[in-house]
Design a protein around this ligand. Structure first.
Ligand code: AP5
Ligand code: MG
Ligand code: ZN
Length: 213
């Protein structure tokens, strides 16, 4: 099963992608997580990506596409994957489609987690993230068992550098301009499914499971 998560920054793509990955036994592939891991490890890619991420801008397609295609070519992606944060531009979607077509494959579902901008800023301030395993928490809506520590892997939780309110607003603007057009793109392909992302995360997941079967 090949799934794409669509939605604004903070809509809950990562939260839901993690749960989908576990239930359907497919890897959770997040370009944002890949970039953050590279930043943490001080790689050249990390240095380049950080410049854009800290400003709330997209990392250029030239850098992003290759990383994603390499990742989904790995063995664990043979039976599918859930993509979180990719594609984010029409050119990215087209490159992915071309790569899949060559393999006689295609995306099964593009799940749009729908949350209005008003709800987003409040969520981001309370977010805590694990860079090691990609788990996401919220101090109020989804608190870890021990404050500041990842339930899943025990690593230290961080506040993301791009979660400052001004940067969140910039990310929302970039989303509306460059990423939202993908909703139409996948609608036309007949694979778009929209779920209400404003309800409790368990209920969002239930709605997604109903779609995926
Ligand atoms: P990325 O890491 O993908 O960030 P994003 O799209 O901005 O999305 P977020 O991770 O902020 O939000 P999310 O939807 O995953 O929500 P979450 O589940 O955490 O990208 C970061 C940057 O990397 C980009 O800005 C760009 O620079 C670069 N980048 C990445 N991919 C790229 C690409 N393909 N091309 C170019 N550049 C790229 O939830 C948010 C919070 O809300 C959490 O605290 C969570 O606990 C809470 N929450 C979740 N669901 C609920 C709910 N139902 N009710 C209440 N709270 C909830
Ligand atoms: Mg995320
Ligand atoms: Zn972790």
């Amino acid at each position: 099963m090949k799934i794409i998560m669509l939605g604004a920054p903070g809509a809950g793509k990562g939260t839901q992608a993690k749960m989908i990955a576990e239930k359907y036994s497919v890897p959770h592939v997040s370009t944002g997580d890949i970039f953050r891991a590279n930043i943490k490890n001080g790689t050249e890619l990390g240095k380049q990506a950080k410049e854009y991420m800290d400003k709330g801008q997209l990392v250029p397609d030239e850098l992003t596409v290759k990383i994603l295609l390499d990742r989904v070519a790995q063995d664990d992606c043979k039976n599918g994957y859930v993509l979180d944060g990719f594609p984010r531009t029409i050119p990215q979607a087209e490159v992915l489609d071309e790569a899949l077509t060559k393999l006689s494959e295609s995306i099964d579902y593009a799940i749009n987690v729908d949350v209005p901008d008003e709800n987003i800023v409040g969520r981001m301030g309370g977010r805590r993230a694990c860079v090691k395993c990609g788990a996401t928490y919220h101090v109020k809506y989804n608190a870890p068992k021990v404050e500041g520590v990842c339930d899943a892997c025990g690593d230290k939780l961080i506040l993301r550098d791009d979660d400052a309110p001004e940067t969140v607003q910039k990310r929302l603007d970039v989303y509306h301009e460059q990423t939202q057009p993908l909703i139409d793109y996948y609608e036309k392909k007949g694979v778009l499914k929209t779920v209400d992302g404003t309800v409790d995360m368990k209920d969002v997941f239930a709605a997604i499971c109903e779609i995926l079967g």
